[in-house]
Design a protein. Structure first.
Length: 365
C-alpha cells in the first residue's frame, strides 16, 4: 500500500519546531526532526513512524517544510501550499490518502486528487461547522457521538483510535516528583475544565502542581501589564491559575513531564457530549501516570478504579486527587495496570491492522 499521511501543526508548536529544526536545510531533515519530537505521534501510522519506503508523511500547513520540497523538486514560481500537496501526492504515486487536517483540505480538495489515489480517509474528532467531508471514503474518529453527527451530514464514519507511541516506554520509570500535571488549552470551549483547574490549582500551596496552558492571544494580552488597563476581564484566567501557569509543552517534553508526574489531570472539552478518550488520556497512561479525568463513556482499557480514576463533577476532582496521593502505593499500581493495558489494547501494530481493514472496506474513489 502506497500510503500518504498528511497532518498539521498547532500554531503554538511552530516556534518549538523552528528551534529544533534550525539547522535542517532539506525537506527530509526538517520532517525527520518533527517526527523525532513525537508531537501527535499517537495518530501517525506505523509505516510512517518506521520510515517505510512506501509511506510518505508531511505537514501540509508547514510552509517552510513544503517550500523546501517544492524547491528540491524544481517547482517554478511560488506555488500555493495546496498545489505543493497535490504535487507530492502525484510524485509519490499515492494509493491511500489519510488526512489528519481535513477542514483545511475538505471535499473540494479531494476532487482535485490525481488518479493514482484509490482510497481516501480523514480523521476528525471535533465538530467542524459547515466543513464538507462527504467526498472522503470515511471520516475516522474515536467519539461515537461526533461520528454520528458526520453520518447525519452524509459521511461514512468509522470508529478508530489513537495508539500508544512506543517511544513513551522510554519515560516514567524513575521518581515522580510532580504530584499533578495538566497540559492543554484554556478557552471558552473549556468551561467545565476551567472550573476543575481552578479547584485543583488551589492545592499548589501543599502539592507540586504543574499546569502548562496554551493561552489565547487575548488571554496573554489581558494578563499583561498594559492589558490590565483594558476591559478584557472575561479573557483573564483566575489568579489561582495564572499564578502557576507555565507555557505549553509538546512532543518529548510532554512525555518527560508526564513521566515525572504521579497524576495527569484531564478534562474533556465541552464539545463531545458524554464521550471521553481524547489524546491526552492516551499520552498520560502511555507514560505511566495515573489518569484522573471526568466521568463519561471511555474506550476499552480506560476503566475507573481499575486502570484510571474519574470524578463526576469538577468539585470532586480535588477529592479524587488528594485521596489518590494519600494512598499512592495503591494508585501507583492502578497507573501501572493502566499503562500495560493501553500498551496492549492500543499498540501501533493493532492500529495499523485496523487501518488496513478499514481501507479494504471503504469504497474506492
Amino acid at each position: 500500500m502506497r500510503l500518504f499521511q498528511n497532518s498539521g501543526l498547532y500554531p503554538s508548536y511552530l516556534p518549538r519546531l523552528n528551534q529544533l529544526a534550525a539547522k535542517a536545510s532539506t525537506f527530509a531533515a526538517r520532517r525527520d526532526v518533527f517526527l523525532h519530537d513525537r508531537f501527535g505521534a499517537a495518530h501517525f501510522l506505523e509505516p510512517v513512524l518506521d520510515g517505510a519506503p512506501e509511506a510518505f508523511f508531511t505537514n501540509a500547513d508547514d510552509e517552510v517544510l513544503q517550500r523546501q520540497w517544492a524547491r528540491e523538486q524544481g517547482m517554478q514560481g511560488t506555488p500555493t501550499l495546496e498545489a505543493i500537496l497535490l504535487a507530492q501526492i502525484e510524485h509519490h504515486r499515492t494509493e491511500v490518502f489519510y488526512n489528519l487536517d481535513p477542514v483545511r483540505y475538505p471535499t473540494a480538495f479531494v476532487a482535485k486528487l490525481p488518479g493514482c489515489v484509490k482510497k481516501t480517509l480523514c480523521w476528525r474528532a471535533a465538530p467542524s461547522g459547515n466543513a464538507d467531508l462527504t467526498a472522503y471514503g470515511a471520516v475516522l474518529g474515536n467519539f461515537p457521538s461526533i461520528l454520528e453527527a458526520w453520518r447525519s451530514k452524509g459521511c461514512r464514519a468509522e470508529l478508530f483510535f489513537p495508539a500508544i507511541d512506543p517511544v513513551m516506554e522510554q519515560y516514567g520509570h524513575g521518581e515522580r516528583p510532580i504530584d499533578v500535571a495538566f497540559v492543554g488549552g484554556y478557552s471558552r470551549h473549556h468551561s467545565a475544565r476551567g472550573r476543575t483547574l481552578e479547584q485543583v490549582a488551589a492545592l499548589a500551596a501543599d502539592r507540586n502542581i504543574v499546569f502548562c496552558l496554551d493561552a489565547s492571544r487575548l488571554t496573554r494580552l489581558a494578563e499583561s501589564a498594559p492589558g490590565r488597563l483594558l476591559p478584557l476581564g472575561k479573557h483573564r484566567r483566575p489568579d489561582v491559575i495564572a499564578r502557576i501557569a507555565r507555557l505549553p509543552l509538546f512532543g518529548r517534553d510532554l512525555y518527560e513531564l508526564f513521566g515525572s508526574a504521579k497524576i495527569v489531570l484531564n478534562g474533556a472539552i465541552d464539545m463531545a457530549g458524554n464521550d471521553r478518550g481524547n489524546m491526552r488520556c492516551f499520552e498520560a497512561m502511555g507514560c505511566g501516570s495515573l489518569l484522573v479525568s471526568d466521568a463519561g463513556n471511555y474506550p476499552e482499557a480506560m476503566q475507573d478504579g481499575v486502570t484510571m480514576r474519574t470524578y463526576d463533577v469538577p468539585e470532586r476532582a480535588v477529592e479524587a486527587i488528594s485521596s489518590s496521593l494519600q494512598d499512592w502505593p495503591h494508585w501507583a499500581e492502578t497507573a501501572a495496570t493502566g499503562r500495560a493495558r493501553v500498551q496492549q489494547t492500543y499498540s501501533k501494530a493493532s492500529q495499523w491492522a485496523q487501518f488496513i481493514d478499514l481501507v479494504a472496506r471503504i469504497e474506492p474513489c
